[in-house]
Ligand binder design. Structure first.
Ligand SMILES: Nc1ncnc2c1ncn2[C@@H]1O[C@H](COP(=O)(O)OP(=O)(O)OP(=O)(O)O)[C@@H](O)[C@H]1O
Ligand SMILES: [Mg+2]
Length: 366
């Protein structure tokens, strides 16, 4: 059987997998191309924000279905998804300072530096699940490998993921004067609300509560001396993003997007928010940009490719680079050992290091 016949048979098998809301996975619009290599079948399923749990059984059934066609191959199915943006809808400037109107919030703000920290950069996206946290952690590690002292602040109060990504354990300790002692993960100083919550505790912050929790995490942590603090934001343009821009002078924001148009539309909304808040845009990263088959090294653009680069040039902001969709990136993230710590010179890690170098060039020019 030729490869295209094999793909057709997998696709036919996916007709028997039903997606939430009805219809078959084979006909589902979020199904990527099906990639076949000598040792693997790989594809991705893009789902609506909040639907990742509902698609768990689909992933399992699709794995079975693909396995039945190609029993000797490894089946790699990734779900790309995200939560809905945290609170305010894009464009609804609901946070403190909302009355001052778009475009002039900065003048109404009282930003002040954070003791000991030279530069603060925020990692943001319009859409959830595009890889902000993954990029935050790996970029922080790459900057560290380039000689910088780096910290990571988890500003995703609704769904903190930095503890898992950096393998942080235990509750934070206090130093004198009720300052938090930050966690340490792979050499990075890190702070997150996650370890202070009970497992599975759902957190519903009202705007002012989120804003004050963020302030505490940022200002009541004894960061020591840092060259850079990387802030991992929740998706969207809600209270936390606005509050952060109001509280602290950001060196700039890095926007993460996937190549799909839908994600880029949301990325543009996030960029628009930073522009209105007068925060410099450091550039755009295209994550899950392309897939490299682990066995053949062949490259596949399963979601279309280059969308972020075009958007960056359209908006006249720097394009920082492309991160491949790679199972190792996900598996190592889930294990609390980001790829930069395990294979620092590998191709995937290098993609992050290249971006970190571009960011550092920007630091030097500032
Ligand atoms: N380049 C990549 N290759 C493979 N998997 C990836 C890649 N980037 C991210 N992932 C995986 O995609 C999922 C979402 O990534 P991540 O949590 O970093 O996104 P996020 O934008 O921070 O999400 P949220 O909006 O929920 O905060 C994770 O399981 C992560 O491991
Ligand atoms: Mg995240």
């Amino acid at each position: 059987m030729s490869d295209s016949e094999k793909v057709a048979s997998v696709r036919a098998a996916l007709k028997n997998v039903t997606v939430p809301g009805g219809g078959s996975l084979a006909d589902y619009s979020g199904l990527s191309d099906i990639i076949i290599t000598p040792s693997a079948i790989a594809f991705a399923i893009s789902v609506e924000p909040g639907m990742e749990g509902a698609f768990g059984p689909v992933q399992a059934a699709a794995t079975e279905a693909a396995k039945s066609c190609e029993p000797d191959k490894k089946i790699l199915i990734s779900i790309t998804s995200g939560r809905a943006p945290s609170s305010a809808a894009p464009g609804a400037q609901g946070g403190p300072g909302a009355n001052s109107g778009p475009g002039n919030q900065q003048s109404a703000m009282q930003t002040s530096p954070v003791k000991g920290i030279k530069k603060i950069i925020a990692v943001a996206s319009g859409k959830g699940g595009v890889g902000k946290s993954t990029c935050s952690v790996n970029l922080a590690l790459a900057l560290q490998s380039l000689g910088m002292k780096v910290g990571v602040l988890d500003a995703d109060l609704y769904g903190p993921s930095i503890p898992k990504l950096l393998g942080l354990d235990g509750k934070p300790a206090f130093r004198d004067e009720k300052m938090f002692k930050p966690f340490e993960g792979h050499g990075l100083k890190a702070m997150s609300i996650g370890p202070m919550l009970e497992p599975d505790q759902a957190v519903v912050w009202r705007g002012p509560m989120a804003s004050s929790a963020l302030r505490q995490l940022l200002r009541e942590t004894d960061w020591g001396e840092l060259d850079v603090l990387v802030i991992d934001l929740p998706p969207g343009t809600g209270d936390i993003q606005i509050s952060l821009c109001q509280q602290v002078e950001l060196f700039g924001a890095v926007i993460v997007s996937t190549p799909q148009d839908l994600a880029l539309i949301d990325a543009k909304k996030a960029m628009d928010m930073f522009v209105r808040m007068k925060i410099p845009l450091l550039g755009l990263i295209e994550n899950m940009s392309y897939f490299i088959a682990p066995d053949t090294g062949n490259r596949y653009d399963i979601f279309g490719h280059g969308g972020a680069k075009d958007t960056a040039s359209e908006l006249k902001i720097p394009f920082l680079g492309e991160i491949p969709l790679h199972m190792k990136i996900r598996e190592l993230s889930d294990a609390g050992t980001p790829i930069l710590t395990i294979e620092p010179t590998g191709e995937q890690a290098q993609a992050f290091t290249d971006i970190a170098e571009k960011l550092m060039d920007g630091f030097e020019q500032a």
